[in-house]
Design a protein around this ligand. Structure first.
Ligand code: NAD
Ligand code: DAU
Length: 352
């Protein structure tokens, strides 16, 4: 079996669902259920013996030791993190705690467990660290996309904490021989995306007739990847990736934010037309994010060359599916927008 951390979050829950759709290998899913974790994402697995959910913190060494000893997973796929750049600006402490100290705890627990394995199991074991393209910093217009050799230049507390975790993972491989692989992925979107991030926020705000807050001039560029393509890339790297290597994952889909917002409005105009006119009337330019990275772009040729992976979705197919998913899951949206979500919206947008 495999042990997944953060499997009740956006990408983690998609990964668990995708994994069990492709294989019968069981998953132990360790998640602290922070504001971003939601067991409802995994409701379709209720009663499925292949999924074992454990609520707990990756910083709890005794718990991790117990899970590794009890389930003896052949691989650990590490998604758990604080993941939102804006929240890291408001409160960086949780990012250091989970992303840096939590990853350290997992690495130490994995190393202790791995060192007790027989030679064959030791060779087969994997620690798969799920990371981000944000560790590379910001690209100038026209500069080549991030390769795996790009210098680390993180600019936000979030990306700095992820960069630190990447360095720890690298060091645990080079120093102790722990069999690690790291993936650095671009911006994901799709079902179960928490509506604090650009794409789901714009969909749910438009449907609620609220402003669509575009930071700065809206010309910042992100490289968008449909979430199930990220999942298939992780499966490929886990199965065939070379030990100690980093693989960049991206969608070959660079787009400025304002174009994303306009596309969402156009899809909503088509799928849920409003008598008052186009949803674009809600677009509102607001104060920029401090330290805002101007452009990310992933050069995903290494994973294609070595592992034969390419995204299956284009942006056009992926964004249409995503908008449709949000239209069909108003109950999910209503549930995640209750309670602390409203406090976050006030904290981030009231003074912009
Ligand atoms: P998310 O915020 O939606 O989910 C994070 C999950 O981790 C939640 O279920 C949360 O409850 C859990 N968690 C948080 N702290 C924990 C702790 N201390 N112990 C156990 N569980 C904890 O994040 P996401 O967008 O799904 O991102 C998952 C991973 O992928 C992160 O490591 C992130 O850095 C990385 N990543 C995300 C993107 C993206 O576009 N969202 C792109 C590239 C890489
Ligand atoms: O690149 C990968 C990263 O993508 C992941 O590592 C992060 O976990 C993930 O959150 C995401 O980070 P971003 O900061 O790029 O995502 P976000 O959705 O917060 O913002 C995308 C862009 O949209 C960014 O340029 C900021 C802008 N934005 C965002 C919000 C929430 C707005 O203009 N308005 C908004 O209200």
């Amino acid at each position: 079996m495999i042990l997944v951390t953060g499997g009740a979050g956006f990408i983690g829950s998609n990964f668990v669902l995708d994994w069990l759709a492709h294989s019968d290998e069981p998953v132990v899913n360790l998640d602290a259920l922070t504001y971003a974790g939601n067991r409802r994402n995994l409701a379709s697995l209720n009663g499925d013996a292949r999924h074992i959910f454990v609520r707990g913190d990756i910083g709890d060494r005794a718990l991790i030791d117990r899970l590794l000893a009890e389930y003896r997973p052949r691989a650990l796929v590490h998604f758990a993190a604080e993941s939102h750049v804006d929240r890291s600006i408001h409160g960086p402490g949780a990012f250091i705690k989970t992303n840096v100290e939590g990853t350290y705890t997992l690495l130490e627990a994995a190393r202790a467990h791995w060192s007790t394995l027989g030679e064959a199991d030791k060779a087969a074991f994997r620690f798969h660290h799920v990371s981000t393209d944000e560790v590379y910093g910001s690209l100038a217009p026209g500069a080549p996309a991030f390769t795996e050799d790009h210098v680390y230049e993180p600019n936000s507390p979030y990306s700095a904490s992820k960069a630190a975790s990447d360095h720890l993972v690298r060091a645990w491989h080079n120093t102790y021989g722990l069999p690690v692989v790291t993936t650095n992925c671009s911006n994901n979107y799709g079902p179960f995306h928490f509506p604090e991030k650009l794409i789901p926020l714009m969909i749910v705000n438009a449907l609620a007739g609220k402003p669509l807050p575009v930071y700065g001039d809206g010309q910042q560029i992100r490289d968008w990847l449909y979430v199930t393509d990220h999942c298939s890339a992780i499966r490929a790297v886990l199965a065939k990736g070379r030990l100690g290597e980093t693989y960049n994952i991206g969608g070959w889909n660079e787009k400025p934010n304002i174009e994303i917002v306009q596309t969402i409005c156009a899809l909503l105009d088509e799928l849920r037309p409003a008598a008052e006119g186009s949803y674009t009337r809600f677009i509102t330019y607001v104060k920029d994010r401090p330290g805002h990275d101007r452009r990310y772009a992933i050069d995903a040729r290494k994973i294609e060359r070595e592992l034969g992976w390419r995204p299956a979705e284009t942006f056009e197919t992926g964004i249409r599916k995503t908008v449709q998913w949000y239209l069909e899951h108003a109950d999910w949206v209503a549930e995640v927008q209750s309670g602390s979500y409203r406090d976050w919206v006030d904290a981030n947008y009231a003074k912009r």
